[in-house]
Structure formats: structure tokens, C-alpha cells
Design a protein around this ligand. Structure first.
Ligand SMILES: Nc1nc2c(ncn2[C@@H]2O[C@H](COP(=O)(O)OP(=O)(O)OP(=O)(O)O)[C@@H](O)[C@H]2O)c(=O)[nH]1
Ligand SMILES: [Mg+2]
Length: 444
């Protein structure tokens, strides 16, 4: 018998209602010890709602509703109760405590969803979708997480995996009839299926960056030489005087971040220290930090002071291009109020000229980046598995090309299907589960 767990499922604070969730074999016994209802409650029927009072030592604590979910027809698959009380967190927590006093224990983060997984209500991909659905910062992330939760990706993966299993079975069967020289499967079919599976993995791998942007926001770093106007541009984009602006080179030391929303997309803009050779130890630290900010960025804006020369930052731009080939890099000319240039990427950060256009360009790049999302919010766990699966598939692909033994091809195919199975949780271990569910909030 598992312990019966309880937690507040809504955020603490003032709200219209708060929802408390309880799940486990003793849920119905525990609630009947402290919930008073005018009639008898039918705990054999799932999805019924009852209005009554929570009492503790004969004193009434709150008027509440309880929803009864009889196993297996519940979120966790266990007997469960969802209790709606007034939205004062002191009150809600005191009801949680009363339920604990009557036999429940406090739930750990993600424990309800973990039980849903262990009871076969959802697979690992769907459990992760629930976390992403709650935490996504834009509509694309939410839409993708919803598809993932509905099992769209799981279905797609199953079909692809089954095809690979089929061809490896046929390859192995052929081995058994090797003496008869029986051809059970055409080489072209094997090649096609493997290519398709590789494309499947590549598409998802490419979606990782999109998913991260969907999860945390699209990150834009402003970089450049000192005095090019980075802090001025940062303030213009954030629409407030956040960073210090001065005509002294080396003004910005730490980096600053501001969150802005363009067309409903969460974008994080970072201002960084100007890059130059300097003896100032604090400034050197700031310049080192630029690197860490750039690494996080999806888009790097290299801001050039056109009054120095339009090609002044070309070196820096090219260095970034070489070093960060996976990132978007945009060279923008600043101080165009002083020298006129015919370039759409020229602005006057100080006087706000071209800022609207720049915002639109940033938004477009953010939308493009997020649009790679399909039906899976790829996370680092998936990414590692996909990269390994793809490696095995590529080995199998070259084994076919080189007319290697069936056995060799099948070994790599089996390895890839095993790894792809780990994505949905067909095989798992406690460490993987602990990692996934520790990132959930309590009550989910
Ligand atoms: N005329 C003009 N001056 C600008 C423009 N943008 C910035 N400036 C001026 O250029 C100087 C440097 O601006 P900052 O924004 O502090 O430059 P920064 O790149 O952040 O400099 P560091 O933090 O030292 O690397 C200030 O005197 C700004 O007022 C612009 O578009 N036009
Ligand atoms: Mg600055």
C-alpha cells in the first residue's frame, strides 16, 4: 500500500479559490474523518462533487467542495480527492495540515505526476509535457506541450520505432535462413527506413534550441566595442533607463538583463561590457562575463559605432560568426543620426530611430526560432538520447552501404530502438525519474 499524499496544487497567496489535492489508498478514509456533508458520499463513483465543511475538533475551518476520483479513473490512477477551499493560503495550508493529522503525508515535488507515470496513466514524454505546459513562456511552447501531452509525439515515435524493429527482425530472420540464401527484405527498404529514422532524429535535435527558447524565452545579447552605444540601445529596447550611459569607454562592467515582450514572445535582452584590451581588473572580469552571456544567446547583436567607421566591428562580427556558427548574429550600425547610412540595420539608439524596425527583426527571428517546434518540447534528456540514437542509425546506415553482415546492421538498429524507447520511458531507472520529477512543483 502506498502512502497517501497531499499538497496545495495552486500557488500560495491570495486567490478566489485554492485547490488541495490528495491521492492514495487512504484518501477516502482520511477525507471522511474531517469532511462533513449532509448526505452519504458515494466513493465508488468517479468525478462527483460534494459541498460541505472541513472540521477540526468540532470547529468549522472552511466551506469547501470535494471532487471524488475513484481509482483507476483519476490523474494518478489512485483513489484521489480534489478539494476546493477559499483562496487564502493560511487557510489552505491549515486544511493540508488537518489532512496530514488525519493520516496523509506531504507530497514531494511532482509526486502526483510520478504516480500517474508509475501507474501507467501517462508515459515519460507526457509527464514532461505537463511540466512544460505549466512553465512555457509563449503560445508556441504551450501548443507544443499540449500536442505532446495528447500523445502526438508518442504515436509518431512508436510508428517509427516499430518500423525499425520490423526491419531488424527481418534481418535477424534472414540470418536463420542464411544457408538457403533467402532474401526477406530489400536493401532499398532498409536504407529508406534508416534514412527516415535519421531525419526524424535530426528534426527533433534541431528543435532543441526552439524548445529552450519556448521554455525560457528568446535571448538577445548586445555586444560590441566600448562606447558603441550598447547600453543606450539596451535602454531603448527595454523602454526604460536601466543601464548607465556615459561617454566614458568601459562604463558597463557587469551584464544586465531585461525581459521584454514583443508580439507576445518573451525576449530577454542583455547589455554587456565593451570588449577591449584593458588593464582594469574589474573591466577584465566584465569582459570575461560577456563570453558567458554570448553562450546563452540565441541572437547576438554586434553594435558598431559608425562614427568610428562602418567596418570598425567587422573583426568582432567575424570572430563571433566563426565561433558561434549555431547562433544568429546581426551587425547593427549605431549613431546614424551623426552619419547617414543606407542600411536597414542602422539605428540611432539615442534618438530612437530604427528601434521599431530592430524590434520587428528581433521578433521575426524569435518566431522563426520557435517555429521549429512541432510536437515535442525537446529537453536535454531527449537531446542526449536522440544524438546517441542517431549515431547508431548512422552506423547501421554505413553498414548497409558497405554490405556488412545482417547481424552488424541489426545490432545498431536494436541499440537505436532501445534508446528511442527510453525517451517515452519504456525503460527507465530511479535516477532518470528523480531528475525529471524534482523539477516539478509540489502539488503537480
Ligand atoms: N549621437 C549619438 N550618440 C549616441 C548614440 N548611442 C549612444 N550614444 C552616446 O555614446 C556614448 C556611449 O554610450 P553607451 O550606451 O554608454 O555605450 P556602451 O557601448 O554601453 O559603452 P560601454 O558600456 O562603455 O562599453 C554616450 O555618450 C551616448 O550618449 C546614438 O545613437 N547617437
Ligand atoms: Mg554600456
Amino acid at each position: 500500500m502506498s502512502r497517501t499524499i497531499v499538497a496545495l496544487a495552486t500557488p500560495p497567496g491570495v486567490s478566489g479559490l485554492a485547490v488541495i489535492r490528495m491521492s492514495g489508498d487512504e484518501s477516502f478514509d482520511i477525507i471522511s474523518r474531517c469532511f462533513v456533508h449532509k448526505n452519504k458520499i458515494d466513493y465508488t463513483k468517479t468525478g462527483r462533487i460534494y459541498y460541505g465543511k472541513i472540521v477540526d475538533n468540532d470547529s468549522v475551518i472552511d466551506s469547501v467542495t470535494i471532487s471524488v476520483f475513484k481509482s483507476p479513473k483519476s490523474y494518478t490512477g489512485e483513489d484521489s480527492i480534489e478539494l476546493g477551499c477559499h483562496g487564502n493560503s493560511i487557510l489552505a495550508y491549515s486544511i493540508v495540515d488537518i489532512l496530514v493529522k488525519n493520516g496523509a503525508t506531504y507530497a514531494e515535488p511532482g509526486e502526483f505526476t510520478k504516480r500517474a507515470f508509475l501507474n501507467g496513466k501517462i508515459d515519460l514524454i507526457q509527464a514532461e509535457a505537463i511540466a512544460d505546459l505549466i512553465h512555457s513562456v509563449n503560445v508556441a511552447g504551450i501548443t507544443t506541450a499540449t500536442k505532446q501531452l495528447e500523445g502526438k509525439f508518442t504515436d509518431r515515435l512508436k510508428i517509427m520505432r516499430q518500423k525499425l524493429l520490423d526491419i531488424s527482425s527481418l534481418l535477424e530472420l534472414e540470418l536463420d535462413f542464411a544457408d538457403e540464401g533467402l532474401d526477406l527484405i530489400q536493401k532499398s527498404r532498409i536504407e529508406n527506413e534508416i534514412n527516415e529514422a535519421i531525419d526524424f532524429c535530426s528534426g527533433l535535435i534541431a528543435g532543441y534550441v526552439s524548445a529552450e527558447a519556448g521554455r525560457n524565452g528568446y535571448y538577445v545579447a548586445i555586444a560590441g566595442y566600448p562606447n558603441s552605444g550598447k547600453s543606450t540601445l539596451f535602454n531603448a529596447l527595454a523602454d526604460k533607463d536601466r543601464a548607465i550611459v556615459s561617454d566614458q569607454a568601459g562604463t558597463t562592467r557587469d551584464y544586465l538583463e531585461e525581459t521584454i515582450y514583443i508580439d507576445g514572445i518573451k525576449i530577454i535582452v542583455a547589455d554587456t561590457a565593451g570588449i577591449r584590451d584593458t588593464d582594469d581588473t574589474i573591466e577584465i572580469q566584465g569582459i570575461r562575463m560577456v563570453e558567458s552571456v554570448i553562450k546563452k544567446a540565441h541572437l547576438i547583436i554586434v553594435l558598431n559605432d559608425i562614427t568610428v567607421s562602418s567596418g570598425n566591428s567587422d573583426n568582432l562580427y567575424n570572430t563571433f560568426k566563426d565561433k558561434y556558427s549555431d547562433k544568429e548574429i546581426l551587425l547593427v550600425q549605431n549613431k546614424a543620426d551623426l552619419i547617414k547610412v543606407d542600411n536597414i540595420y542602422s539605428i540611432s539608439a539615442k534618438y530612437g530611430e530604427g528601434i521599431m524596425v530592430l524590434r520587428a527583426i528581433i521578433a521575426e527571428k524569435a518566431v522563426n526560432s520557435i517555429s521549429l517546434l512541432n510536437d515535442l518540447m525537446v529537453n536535454s534528456r531527449h537531446l542526449q538520447l536522440l544524438l546517441t540514437a542517431k549515431e547508431h542509425l548512422e552506423n547501421a546506415q554505413s553498414a548497409v552501404k558497405n554490405d556488412y553482415e545482417n547481424e552488424l546492421i541489426a545490432i545498431d538498429l536494436r541499440k537505436s530502438t532501445g534508446i528511442l524507447g527510453e525517451i517515452t520511458g519504456e525503460s527507465w531507472n530511479e535516477e532518470v525519474l528523480a531528475n525529471i520529477f524534482s523539477r516539478f512543483c509540489i502539488g503537480k
